[in-house]
Write a protein that binds this ligand. Structure first.
Ligand code: ZN
Length: 104
């Protein structure tokens, strides 16, 4: 059997997070009693060649990353569903109990 999975490209792994921070300057607004923190800073965190990696990115890049990550998650969901079905149809499952034959 030959199945084609359709998905939109480009895709991306990882996730986007945001952070605000204080700087090193003494009399900066970020040190005030009601601190005005710097940022918002956007970060992409994911696995590159087996290593957890974080990159600081612009808001525009963050927006694009989110789109790509959403596409990847959609693709991953399709693969997860295929695997779920594959387990129902696994070679050790008796033919009468296989998912497909139960369904129809
Ligand atoms: Zn500051």
């Amino acid at each position: 059997m030959n199945t084609i999975i359709k998905f939109d490209e480009p895709i991306l792994n990882g996730s986007i997070s945001t952070a605000k921070s204080k700087c090193g300057k003494l009399n900066c607004a970020c040190k005030a009693r009601r601190p005005k923190l710097h940022g918002t800073y956007y970060r992409w965190t994911g696995i590159i060649r087996g290593r957890r990696t974080t990159k600081t990115i612009s808001v525009d890049v963050a927006r694009e990353c989110k789109k790509r990550i959403a596409r990847y998650l959609k693709l991953k969901k399709k693969i997860d569903l295929l695997l779920e079905q594959a387990l129902k149809d696994a070679p050790w499952v008796p033919v009468s109990k296989k998912g497909r034959s139960m369904k129809f």
